[in-house]
Design a protein around this ligand. Structure first.
Ligand code: ADP
Ligand code: ZN
Length: 669
């Protein structure tokens, strides 16, 4: 929410230390596994492909040979040609009744002068005719040549056609071999990009034409906010007429934002399942990685199919693959831009009566093309958070539903021991534990199976899935410090929620909701902002005794506020009510480069001193607040460790329990 001020305990990008830099950017990991899946389906597609090509080849060859034998057979067994025994032929030559003889290898063909009757080759009855055929004796007949020279007026010898036959075969088969070769080549290329050869231009969604997921919201846990956001979409898909009749705003595009494995695909399927509508899915990378020019037509096909099946859902995974800001990279990809444009066209081209909802998923919403987020397109954003321990417990329950659990298994302990893990991680954990139990021939999965499976996953993981106890402690105090300074300072926006469940880049978050939109900041307000922003760092110092890199973002915020107070808003007595803002470069629209301020070096030094002084005052204030109310800080941190997320009500309770409520501004009491 833009309206919420968020203080993050930041995961410093330069920090190679215990907090592990890769953790929040686990996109690589998730994508990797997706790629793996794609590869698998590609493999099965490949074997299917090879099989069908083999069938085609066999049929073609069979047909060819059948034709060949049938034709050569028919030429010799046609009814008008007599199949005569050698003896009969010899006799007829002797009698001078042969008009013509043609020698061709072993075959002798020719014509009698007057019709001859011979027993039928099949043995029953007789045949009469002029044209004849027979096969020469294996070694030839030395007497025959002389006899023929004497008695047959017309005789000739033809080249054996075997060579020609070979040629014909080569000429006939070669094109097929070439075609098959080309097919195989393209097939291999296509498999590399995880495509099926038979689906150029045809969207792969065809494959899932009648995919009506049986998934329901009950299969998704720990993401209640996202679920309740999607209920409306389900309602719309169930009874589109109702919405349309009332002229209500129809949900068109929903953007699911969340780390990999948090259950975005699962949620989209659950929406389809709940509404009982078909589900067409495609991954953004599939649009882009296909042969050139195909992406856009795939989009068209996908939408066409979905419209035909309306009401329906289109799910586009990894939309960032297509939807990256246009022209933002140097080697801009025309193919991708075409695909993106087609997507935009399709989203605008919906008929008001067509109940098709497009759900897209991404873990990087910032880089998306602005055009995608305009009204009528993906104008609804649903954030899918990492689950807190209650959510993790619910997810563990879902996935261990069909797994026999031993008596000693305590899923609560498992849920508590896996902070930061997402649904996919937990599903994997249950699976690993079950495999371990099976390997040990156990009747049920025991707690030690879970423990070992967790160890195995954590050791094998590229990123630290689970924060260490010590880290969690620091984060809890840090966020607790933000929250408590917020609670104790007059004029600060009320704290609504504190969490140590990581989201995005942040390992912990404290959220404040402004009471109303502010267009104007008072000096008190700005100073209070600085005190709470520094509360995280101050708490680390007060409670733990050493400071960490987690306050990077806080410090940037505070410095920005202090500097503007001094240079823009004239809030420093020493410098007076003068604006020292840096001039805008009239051409580039950016601040002038260093050294081109319209004030002297000496003034610059004074500005820095003043900024420092303001920050120091705020920090000291923060430290003294937290030192005075250390017991409350401890209680908040403890509660955060226990529940991972605590809301305003619980915070108030803690304030009351520890007696700090008396120190809070009147508005709180
Ligand atoms: P994403 O699309 O966000 O990367 P998926 O929906 O593909 O994540 O999740 C992968 C798998 O992890 C799911 O099929 C499911 O088994 C499990 N999973 C993820 N999140 C949840 C959840 N909130 N509840 C239950 N299972 C989940
Ligand atoms: Zn912070």
């Amino acid at each position: 929410m833009d309206a919420q001020a968020i203080y993050m305990y930041q995961n410093s990008p330069n920090d190679g230390g215990p907090r592990g830099t890769q953790r929040p950017n686990s996109g690589g990991n998730g994508n990797g596994s997706n790629g793996g899946n794609g590869g698998n389906s590609g493999n099965s597609g490949m074997s299917l492909l090879v099989r069908s090509i083999l069938i085609v080849v066999v049929v073609l060859l069979g047909w060819y040979f059948f034709q060949y034998f049938f034709q050569s057979g028919s030429s010799s067994s046609s009814t008008s040609v007599l199949e005569v025994p050698y003896s009969t032929f010899y006799q007829q030559v002797q009698n001078g009744n042969v008009q013509k003889v043609v020698f061709q290898g072993q075959d002798i063909t020719g014509q009698f002068k007057s019709a001859v009757t011979v027993p039928n080759t099949s043995g029953s009855g007789t045949q009469t005719g002029i044209d004849f055929h027979l096969t020469q004796l294996p070694n030839g007949d030395p007497n025959l040549n002389a006899l023929i020279l004497k008695n047959v007026p017309d005789f000739q010898t033809k080249q054996v056609q075997d060579n020609n036959l070979l040629w014909t075969i080569v000429l006939n088969v070669l094109p097929w071999l070439l075609i098959i070769g080309v097919f195989l080549f393209i097939a291999r290329r296509a498999t590399q990009s995880q495509q099926n050869i038979f689906s150029f231009g045809k969207s792969k969604a065809k494959v899932v034409l009648e995919d009506r997921p049986s998934t329901t919201f009950a299969d998704v846990a720990g993401v209640d906010e996202a679920k309740s956001d999607l209920v409306e979409v389900v309602e719309f898909l169930k009874t589109p007429q109702k919405f349309q009749r009332l002229g209500g705003k129809i949900p068109r595009g929903v953007l699911l934002v969340g780390s990999p494995g948090t259950g975005k695909t699962l949620l989209a399927r659950a929406v389809a399942g709940e509404a009982g509508v078909p589900f067409f899915s495609m991954s953004g990378s599939e649009f882009v990685e296909v042969l050139v020019g195909v992406g856009a037509s795939r989009v068209r096909d996908l939408f066409d199919q979905a419209k035909k099946a309306s009401p329906s859902i289109i799910f586009i995974d990894e939309i960032d693959a297509v939807g990256r800001q246009r022209g933002s990279s140097i080697n801009s990809n025309d193919e991708r831009e075409q695909t993106l444009n087609q997507l935009l066209v399709e989203m605008d081209g919906f008929d008001a009566r067509q109940a098709v909802v497009v759900i897209a998923a991404t873990n990087r919403p910032d880089g998306l093309d602005k055009a995608l987020l305009r009204p009528g397109r993906f104008d609804r954003r649903v954030t899918v958070e990492r689950p807190d321990w209650n959510g993790r417990l619910a997810i563990l329950k879902i996935h261990s539903h069909n797994v026999p659990l031993g008596r000693d298994v305590d899923l609560i302990t498992v849920a508590r021991g896996t902070p930061g893990m997402v649904g996919a991680d937990l599903a994997n954990l249950v699976n690993e534990a079950a495999l371990l139990a099976a390997r040990r021939n156990l009747d049920a999965v025991t707690q030690s199976c879970f423990d070992e499976a967790l160890d195995k996953i954590l050791i094998g993981a590229e990123r630290p899935l689970v924060l260490s106890d010590e880290d969690l402690n620091v984060i809890a105090y840090h966020e607790g410090g933000h929250a408590l300074t917020g609670l104790l300072t007059e004029g600060v926006d009320p704290v609504t929620k504190v969490t140590i469940v990581p989201r995005g880049q942040a390992l912990g978050v404290t959220m404040y909701t402004p009471l109303d939109d502010r267009y104007n900041y008072s000096r008190d307000y700005l100073e209070a902002q600085m005190v709470t922003a520094l509360g995280g760092r101050a708490a680390e110092q007060v409670a733990i005794g050493h400071i960490t890199t987690g306050a990077e973002n806080d410090l940037q915020r505070v410095t920005a506020i202090a500097r503007q107070m001094v240079t823009r808003w004239g809030m420093s007595e020493r410098l007076g009510t003068i604006s020292y803002s840096e001039r805008e470069d009239p051409f580039a629209g950016t601040a002038l480069a260093n050294g081109s301020h319209d004030y002297s070096e000496r003034t610059a030094a004074v500005i820095d001193e003043e900024v420092n002084r303001l920050i120091k005052i705020a920090y000291d204030q923060s430290v003294s607040l937290l030192t005075e109310h250390k017991a409350t800080l401890d209680a908040i941190a403890k509660s955060l460790r226990l529940h991972e997320t605590i809301d305003a009500r619980r915070l108030r309770e803690i304030m009351i329990e520890t007696g700090a409520i008396g120190a809070a501004p009147a508005a709180y009491r």
